[in-house]
Design a protein around this ligand. Structure first.
Ligand code: SDX
Length: 440
């Protein structure tokens, strides 16, 4: 815990174990829950805490993102997400997350130039794509190529060197969009399109995805703004599964590209970033509002593994503020692309209405999350569902690199190494004992 005002010890928590009272310091946060520092518990009482899924565990101290799940609040470095979505742009938000404050005009201009000049990839990286099947999921290419960057940018692997750390963060954010676009082009059998330095980050991404060697894609300001806002909304989210993966990988001293590749892998899961693809596919499977009740019943049925994708959240027990903003953007984008009454958007809003009136969803506080509406927008812009999580990953490189930097620069940082509740066999002699559980 860094010794600053937010960590001055105030009260103590008492734990009585085997009639012995142990005291642990409580640290106050600047917003949200306080924490009990139990780091000495095992050495004092030879006992572990047990918290599968870390539902009540703070893994670190951070100053980057604050979420109030009950009030539906999300702030990056204290700035409310709606404020940033309306007034900022993605690269300014990247700078804010990593450096802690909004850059001035000069700093932002310079930072944008730095990011732009890192969007190109080493020519040899193109060979990596040739090794994938054409029908490989674009996230498989994101994982593979992101990790491979460490073999090309060896002058930004030394995590002890502040300049190399910063260079690595810029390369990861900048190149993630080029890799994502290349993964898309490769999966549809089109040539790769190089980035253009005169375009903004979001305009460039749309250009690299939708231009082709026969025709330049005309980037519409409405779609570029929608793309940029989607990147802002997905940029960071406190200690979620993929960010915790990046922190844990980074705590061993692994190079930044390998850590981010680990984060991409974790994000791919349908319970996490993969939910945006799963949510759209679910809506397409439901097909029409008359089938809603059947699927709500499936979602409530304990014996049915079906979950309403894009609904529910570990932290938000209220409406995800990002979903609110995305719902508004979906209407604007659909209107812009000339889709009057998109049946999928109508189905999504009908499904939301039915679910939010249902006792099960009310009791369990299950609301639409960031993944419920994002797919509708991305599909309207022209992306296939397989690209939705790639876009989430591009945006989240901002948060992953900011959180990784904060962890590496934390003076009390150490390798993450949780313990366990062991319930396996006691002592077995080879050739004499057999496991009681071995019914074979
Ligand atoms: C993201 O952590 C982050 O910050 C993630 C993220 C980010 O920006 O990084 O916000 C991005 O990952 C958003 C979440 C995307 N995932 C989905 O939309 C998939 C569907 N949602 C569920 O899988 C679930 O809600 C989770 C995984 C998101 C949260 O799971 P938790 O916190 O472990 O909650 P839980 O599974 O314990 O659910 C509590 C109860 C359970 O019922 P009981 O066992 O108490 O009877 O609610 C039920 C669950 O079965 N439930 C659902 C449900 N989500 C939870 N039931 C039906 N449909 C759902 N979607």
């Amino acid at each position: 815990m860094s010794k600053n005002k937010s960590s001055i010890k105030t009260k103590k928590a008492k734990l009585i174990i085997n009639n012995h009272t142990y005291e642990f310091p409580i640290y106050n946060s600047t917003e949200g829950e306080s924490v009990i520092d139990i780091s000495k518990l095992h050495s004092l009482a030879k006992i572990f805490t047990y918290d599968p899924g870390f539902t009540s565990t703070a893994s670190c101290e951070s100053k980057i993102t604050y979420i109030d799940g009950d009030k539906g609040i999300l702030r990056y470095r204290g700035f409310d997400i709606e404020d940033l979505a309306n007034k900022s742009d993605f690269i300014e938000v990247v700078n804010l997350l990593i450096y802690g404050d909004l850059p001035n005009k000069e700093q932002l201009k310079k930072y944008k130039e730095l990011i732009t000049r890192h969007t190109l990839l080493h020519e040899q990286i193109i060979n990596f794509f040739q090794g994938f099947r054409r029908d490989a999921h674009p996230m498989a290419m994101m994982v593979g190529v992101m990790g491979a960057l460490s073999s090309f940018y060896q002058d930004s692997l030394d995590i002890g060197d502040a300049h190399q750390r910063q260079e690595a963060t810029r390369r990861i954010v900048a190149k993630s969009s080029t890799i994502g676009a290349m993964a898309y082009k490769y999966s549809i059998g089109q040539s790769f399109i190089s980035p253009k330095n005169n375009l903004s980050f979001s305009e460039n991404f749309l250009h690299m995805c939708f231009s082709n060697t026969a025709e330049e894609y005309k980037v519409s300001p409405v779609l570029a703004k929608a793309m940029d806002t989607i990147f802002i909304l997905h940029a960071d989210h406190e200690q979620n599964a993929s960010t915790s993966t990046v922190r844990l990988a980074g705590s061993s001293g692994a190079n930044p590209f390998a850590c981010i590749a680990a984060g991409v892998s974790s994000l791919w899961g349908p319970a996490h970033g993969g939910a945006n693809q799963a949510a759209l596919e679910m809506l397409e499977e439901i097909g029409s509002s008359k089938n809603i009740n059947k699927y709500i019943r499936k979602a409530k049925n304990k014996n049915d593994p079906f979950k309403l994708m894009g609904f529910g959240h570990r932290v938000y027990k209220n409406y995800d503020p990002r979903a609110k903003i995305l719902k508004k953007i979906s209407r604007k984008v659909l209107k812009h692309v000339g889709v009057k009454n998109d049946p999928i958007l109508k189905l999504a809003t009908d499904l939301e209405k039915v679910a939010l009136r249902d006792k099960y969803f009310i009791e369990k506080k299950l609301y639409p999350n960031v993944d419920f509406y994002s797919g509708i927008i991305l599909r309207a812009i022209g992306f296939p569902p397989e690209m939705f999580t790639v876009i989430f990953a591009i945006a989240r490189t901002a948060g992953w690199t900011a959180q990784w930097t904060e962890m590496i620069e934390d003076p009390i940082q150490k390798i993450g190494r949780p313990r366990q509740l062991y319930t396996g066999e006691k002592f077995m002699v080879y050739g004499k004992n057999r496991s009681k559980k071995n019914t074979k």
